[in-house]
Design a protein. Structure first.
Length: 94
């Protein structure tokens, strides 16, 4: 996913599944802002099935220069295990 925002902070929120039997696996995400790898996020579910955590911060990037920024979110890695992304919302501020 690619998006261009304008501001001095970017926050990405998601829904995390705690199921150990998910069809697509655990989240394995990479975030880049303005071409630089900013953060990697992964989680190993521990159960129970059918339980979700909402409004979870996946990325918090503050103190950016105020202006346009390109956010790239990569779900999984080529040749890697399946990765589950349940994107909730993105907030950008100035």
């Amino acid at each position: 996913m690619n998006t261009v925002t304008s501001g001095s902070a970017i926050y990405v929120y998601g829904i995390l599944s705690h199921s150990t039997r998910g069809a697509y696996g655990a989240p394995d995400l990479s975030f880049s802002i303005d071409v630089s790898l900013t953060r990697q996020f992964s989680l190993t579910p521990s159960g129970p099935d059918g339980v979700y955590s909402y409004n979870q911060t996946l990325l918090s990037a503050e103190e950016l220069d105020d202006g346009p920024h390109k956010l790239v979110l990569q779900n999984g890695h080529f040749g890697g295990a399946y990765s589950l992304l349940l994107l909730d919302y993105i907030v950008y501020t100035s």
